[in-house]
Design a protein around this ligand. Structure first.
Ligand SMILES: Nc1ncnc2c1ncn2[C@@H]1O[C@H](COP(=O)(O)OP(=O)(O)O)[C@@H](O)[C@H]1O
Ligand SMILES: [Mg+2]
Length: 356
């Protein structure tokens, strides 16, 4: 009996995919993508996050057939991308839209003509083009900029043209390689809202890669964390924020939730206790527990004071995620009791060290 997948069918799937770049004179062999399994459910927005060199761009280039896997299979909408000849690949790419960090617009063409380009290449008749490009310009909010050249547009407007161009051939999936990395925070936020709106209105599947957790937080339903060509952790965005396991994931999540220890504190932390020192603990509050007054309860119960050293609350999928780094004057025995109490309320607690 076929199993029922609650997330719907995978429109993009990686099964045991590796991409090895052979050694050259000046460099050793690189496994840019190393035995990856990944499924992108139809209609979802999936983020892949990783540092520079993690293999993210190679992963995306395997989806649109710009790279062939060394082993394994990449399927897009049922087609084995690595097994296709150039001709069928060109055809398949019409259902795979792509947007880029530096927009990749033709400077000699207006907004309208940039969006029309993939239609011309696909052989759409001249007369039919305005009826397709016009609504796309409306959708991305650029109806009044149709005759402007890229040099006359802001970064955000250029990316809107890029998005409209990617949608021109009515793709089934949209790939984004760091599409907001060259934009300021406010423009980034507007572009992410536009992508979310397009996902909802067209049920368009989006796979994006980024090195910024704030982008994942705003945009993704699911996230995969990539390092050294491998996916080291994946799950729903909420799960990953609530309960990151891998060190790399923790660091990325910490960027957004304030869980990373600030440098000034890192410099003061000592590994061993000496009389008069305070213990430093990090408490991560998640979901329903984030607003529980646990510290004031412990203050009363154990007659101790918590000094707040660093803290932040963020919302992911409408749920609060808080981090508090506090110091408390407690000997080893009391510290163990406090940590046990804090942990029992489902908070995640970590003893970071001591400060004088
Ligand atoms: N065409 C190539 N030839 C050789 N090595 C490559 C090639 N493309 C990427 N790499 C290497 O593969 C690794 C992953 O690169 P990339 O996919 O661009 O990572 P990211 O996009 O995460 O920064 C890097 O070590 C990079 O140097
Ligand atoms: Mg890259």
């Amino acid at each position: 009996m076929p199993s029922i997948d609650p997330q719907g069918r995978a429109i993009i799937s990686f099964a045991g995919v590796s991409k090895i770049f052979p050694a050259r004179n000046d460099s050793a062999e690189v496994a840019a993508v190393d035995n990856i399994d990944l499924e992108v459910p139809e209609g979802a927005i999936v983020g892949v996050i990783g540092k520079s060199g993690a293999g993210k761009s190679t992963l995306i280039r395997l989806i649109n057939g710009l790279e062939q896997p060394t082993s394994g299979h990449v399927h897009v909408d049922g087609l084995d991308i690595g097994a296709m000849d150039e001709r069928s690949l060109r055809h398949a790419r019409r259902s795979i839209g792509m947007i880029f960090q530096h927009f990749n617009l033709l400077s000699s063409r207006t907004a309208f003509d940039n969006i029309a380009l993939p239609l011309e290449i696909a052989g759409v008749g001249r007369r039919d083009i305005p009826g397709i490009v016009g609504p796309l310009l409306d959708m991305v909010g650029l109806a009044d900029k149709r005759d402007r050249y890229p040099a006359e547009l802001s970064g955000g407007q250029k990316q809107r043209v890029g998005i409209a161009r990617a949608l021109a051939t009515k793709p089934k999936v949209l790939l984004s390689d760091e599409a907001t990395s060259a934009l300021d925070p406010e423009t980034t936020s507007q572009i992410l809202s536009l992508l979310k709106q397009i996902n909802a209105e067209l049920n368009l599947t989006i796979l994006f890669i980024t090195h910024e957790m704030s982008v994942v937080k705003k945009l993704a339903d699911r996230v995969a964390v990539m390092e050294g060509g491998r996916i080291v952790e994946q799950g729903t965005t909420y799960e990953i924020f609530a309960n990151p396991h891998h060190e790399t994931t923790k660091r990325f999540v910490g960027e957004v939730t304030g869980g990373n220890v600030p440098e000034w504190l890192q410099a003061k932390l000592q590994p061993a206790y000496a009389p008069g020192m305070q213990a430093v603990i990090r408490i991560a509050f998640t979901g329903a527990d984030a607003d529980e007054p646990v510290l004031s309860r412990l203050t009363r119960a154990y007659n101790v004071d918590f000094n707040i050293m660093h803290g932040q609350i963020e919302y992911v999928a409408g749920q609060p995620f808080g981090t508090l780094i506090t110091s408390v004057a407690a000997d080893t025995q009391l510290l163990e009791r406090l940590i046990a109490e804090l942990t029992s309320t489902r908070n995640h607690v970590e003893h970071l060290g001591y400060v004088a």
